[in-house]
Design a protein around this ligand. Structure first.
Ligand code: HEM
Length: 402
């Protein structure tokens, strides 16, 4: 069989899938039952990752998109809340729950009748596309709690970040009340999800800032490289029991089984980096560029021996604090910086941890010493409490409002 024939056969398969899924016609027949999928946001194993027909359930004890293996794309948006009306805000989260559960299954957000004089409920750009492992993750900031008069419910651990050395935060990438993180193996699928969620809540929220990003996920098990060309994410834990230690909150409040998301929009000066010799690049991290192995070792996952790494190297400073965080960052590239004529690009740094203080301790230790500071500037910031997961019949964030 020629490659073209193979491609055509795949295409037919996909059309069969879409027919079954009822996209463009009836609703999705392959829905995931909330009850049976409660304990994990289960991936439908029998479906094909490469074709994007694998779905990840919206329901589970934890929200998907946190410890879910990274997808290729993120569309990330921070929203300002313009209502203090509890019923209205609850309704918004109910609507988002309804829409999200459909979006992650590859369905339209709503099926319309035949009235052509109304705008379609779903904006339509994913018709004919598979779900591409879409996950939607929701969180709120401290300012959200204040606006809603819910300050009393603020867990002790949930505190604003202190100022960090050398940061140059810009208003346009900082603050905001609600975060929605859409990750998918297709950019259009991720964008469509956020577009439709925001559209549904137009009377209640406005967009403060957004960022699209990408990660080089070829083989799902390989660590993606960042724009400095280094493997990024090596030290992350991978096992469920470690997620309990590092990621999932166990406090006795509405954040139990949720996680705190730290966000930094970090500009990376690629032109400066590209003029730096390989040895200096490797000294910056204390890892070898090609293999990702720590200094003095051969393989990527070999144990880091701190004393073999330069004292100002990023990995040594980040590790010696001994406060593990779970990183899930995406690179971004936003055209050209008008002032310098250089790439406007960097890292949408995202980390999840059960206690934001772990992130604060790590970044404080990186502080003014990190050799990487010569090549990066933090220009955006955010801290969001990402709710626990829900069962079918519940709505996202419900425990906060109970
Ligand atoms: C543009 C910004 C950044 C880049 C390019 C970057 C890159 C890297 C690289 C290449 C590694 C080594 C491989 C790995 O374990 O993933 C690493 C490790 C790490 N980074 Fe970053 N990083 C950045 C920002 C940050 C920030 C803001 C934090 C947290 C405040 C952070 C925390 C860590 C931690 C905790 C490790 C693992 C250390 C260990 O236990 O071995 N990084 N980073």
């Amino acid at each position: 069989m020629t490659n073209d024939e193979k491609w055509f056969e795949k295409k037919i398969d996909r059309r069969e899938f879409l027919k079954k899924a009822g996209i463009g016609g009836a609703g999705l027949a392959l829905g995931v039952s909330g009850a049976s999928a409660f304990f994990t946001n289960k991936v439908k194993e029998e479906k094909n990752f490469a074709d994007g027909d694998e779905e990840i359930s919206f329901y589970g004890s934890h929200q998907a998109g946190i410890t879910t293996p990274m997808q290729k794309n993120v569309y990330f948006v921070v929203l300002d809340l313009h209502s203090t009306d509890r019923a209205e805000v609850i309704q918004m989260f109910k609507n988002w729950t309804d829409y999200s559960s459909k979006l992650v299954d590859g369905e339209l957000v709503k099926k319309d009748g035949s009235n052509a004089l109304l705008p379609p409920s779903d904006t339509g750009e994913t018709v004919g596309l598979n779900p591409y492992r879409l996950t939607l993750t929701f969180g709120v900031s401290i300012s959200f709690l204040k606006k809603m008069g819910l300050e009393k419910k603020r867990p002790q651990a949930f505190r604003e970040f202190p100022p960090f050395p050398k940061e140059q935060l810009q208003d346009k990438y900082t603050g905001g009340d609600i975060v929605i993180q859409a990750c998918a193996d297709d950019e259009q699928v991720a964008f469509h999800a956020v577009r439709n969620l925001v559209r549904k809540a137009r009377n209640t929220v406005t967009m403060k800032w957004s960022q699209s990003g990408f990660a080089a996920i070829g083989d799902r098990l390989a660590t993606p490289r960042n724009l400095f060309g280094f493997k990024d994410g090596t030290a992350n834990v991978t096992k469920e029991k470690d997620f309990e230690q590092v990621v999932w909150c166990d406090s006795n409040d509405w954040m139990r089984d949720g996680s705190y998301m730290a966000v930094r929009r970090i500009q990376m000066f690629l032109e400066t980096w590209d003029r730096t010799n390989l040895q200096e690049q490797e000294n910056t991290f204390g890892r070898y560029k090609d293999s990702g192995a720590p200094f003095g070792k051969k393989h990527e996952f070999d144990e880091v021996e701190l004393e073999l790494l330069p004292v100002d190297s990023h990995v040594r400073l980040a590790k010696e604090v001994n406060k593990p965080i779970y990183r899930r960052s995406y690179s971004y590239s936003d055209g050209i910086d008008e002032r310098t004529g250089q790439f406007d690009s960097g890292l949408l740094f995202l980390s999840f941890q059960k206690d934001p203080d772990s992130f604060v301790k790590v970044l404080t230790n990186l502080g003014a010493q990190d050799k990487m500071n010569e090549y990066v500037t933090h220009i955006g910031s955010g801290l969001f409490a990402c709710f626990a997961g829900i069962k079918k019949g519940e709505y996202i964030g419900q425990k906060l409002f109970e």
